[in-house]
Design a protein around this ligand. Structure first.
Ligand code: ADP
Length: 165
């Protein structure tokens, strides 16, 4: 049984993340989507909101071997504590590659039991980032096809409120 962990901020989850989860859920027996606490990232959605958004998206997509949770500390250690041998990350462009290479190399030194596996973004999602979704939604633009349908209204509402803050 091979378990994999997909750590990230997911602020909010996008269809790009969902595509990685779908592909990982076909490859591994169990996939944990983990919202990692990152003090350097100022998230707009609370941790509880992000967990709920992912849970609803995963349920609507019918992935029955995917679990959602929040984690703290080093993602590679958190992955190991869940019994995961694999940590999943996505790569959209060369800009992602440089950062991800650095992280994966550091994680390799920190923990010899967990292997980072990269998924290349599907071309139609390679431009898609949580920050793009937030910016479009903030100005009332159309985020159809960018986030799962079941969470679209909540993302729009949150960003509408955000603009008036
Ligand atoms: P983090 O703050 O850890 O980078 P993100 O939620 O931004 O968290 O992303 C989590 C992972 O998913 C990262 O490896 C990122 O490169 C990848 N990712 C984000 N958007 C996409 C996308 N559209 N297609 C493929 N991978 C993606």
């Amino acid at each position: 049984m091979i378990k994999a962990c997909y750590p990230g901020s997911f602020d909010p989850i996008t269809n790009g993340h969902m595509d990685i989860i779908a592909r990982a859920s076909r490859l591994f027996d169990e996939v944990y989507v983990v919202i990692m606490h990152n003090p350097r990232k100022q998230c707009i959605f609370t941790e509880e909101e992000r967990v709920s958004l992912i849970e609803r998206s995963v349920k609507a997509a019918g992935f029955d071997n995917v679990k959602v949770l929040a984690g703290t500390g080093l993602s590679v250690d958190f992955a190991q504590s869940l019994g995961c041998k694999v940590m999943i990350r996505g790569i959209r462009a060369v800009s992602d590659y440089e950062f991800e290479l650095q992280q994966a190399t550091a994680n390799m030194e920190l923990n010899h039991e967990v292997e980072t596996v990269f998924f290349i973004a599907r071309p139609n999602f390679s431009f898609l980032a949580s920050s793009v979704v937030k910016e479009i939604a903030e100005y009332g633009g159309d985020i159809d096809g960018m986030v799962p349908d079941v969470i679209k209204d909540e993302v729009m509402d949150k960003m509408k409120d955000f603009q008036t803050l």
